[in-house]
Design a protein around this ligand. Sequence first.
Ligand code: NAP
Length: 310
Amino acid sequence: MPINVLFAATPERWATYEPALRRAFGGAGLNVYLAQEIPADDVDYIVYAPNSELQDFTPYTRTKAVLNLWAGVEAIVGNTTLTQPLARMVDPGMTRSMTEWVTGHVLRHHLGMDRHILDQSGDWTPVVPPLAEERRVCVLGLGELGTSVARTLQSLRFSVSGWSRSPKDVAGINTFHGDAGLDDALRQAEILVLLLPDTPATHNTLDARRLALMPRGAFVINPGRGPLIDDDALLAALDSGQIAHATLDVFRVEPLPADHPYWAHPRVTVTPHIAAETRAKTASEVIAENIRRGEAGEPFLYLVDRSLGY
Ligand code: NAP
């Protein structure tokens, strides 16, 4: 019996994903459809982007799993019509992309690149940066992405700590967990990277009290999700010099509204949610493996815990 896979994402993604999914399956036994091409009750699996038009899963009575194309599931996890297993995206290409993006922005701040790319003012004032081993970087979230980021920074000899909900043991990383652990982690965060999911428990993780715990003049890098940060508190911390610079890839409202104070702030870098895109080739291989598992009666990979929201 062929397996029917519905591709429910924005239509412009189809041209990239259709061949990638077929290739990942080796061409055997897989039909891939756009929504209008197949009756809902013939669909075995849904490859899903939360910004697709599909929001009511009730008609998909035969569907065995919904396979999210994004790592973040906050826009779908509360959908009460979705009763099938939901897998989030763990894509090696996305992980490498996030690791490269964060490493680049950590190095920018660590090395003081902005200061040392000289302009025509001719200000020749060298400020020698510390070595990486003298710089303390903290990664909030030690999941797929945070662990890869932490390991890569550690391999460059940064002094790396990390924080997660449950205890972790990552070689070479000083790990913290739970609420008390967060305060301790922040006290040593000269460069802070936020890679937590957007859940009710993570909203405003970085608030005024916690920003004040960080070493004065620290840097904040947020490729996680906008609601992790209390924006007013961050702006106040930037104005007071408690935070030297914030590099922000994600926001409560995207695109970031034209009148948002982040645009005009001299010590904020705004990037357009570009840190880590899902890569069709590697993501399709992950999707194919999960469908293979579903057909073989094996447990799905990367299932979302609906009670935790990630
Ligand atoms: P993940 O593997 O699920 O890891 C999430 C990490 O956050 C885990 O270590 C988890 O702790 C921790 N965590 C969750 N809730 C927590 C809480 N209440 N307190 C402390 N720690 C908590 O997720 P991922 O694949 O690394 O992705 C992380 C996030 O990155 C995504 O959810 C998404 O929002 C964002 N993202 C952004 C982009 C972009 O382009 N900007 C791209 C991809 C992903 P445990 O390990 O104990 O469970």
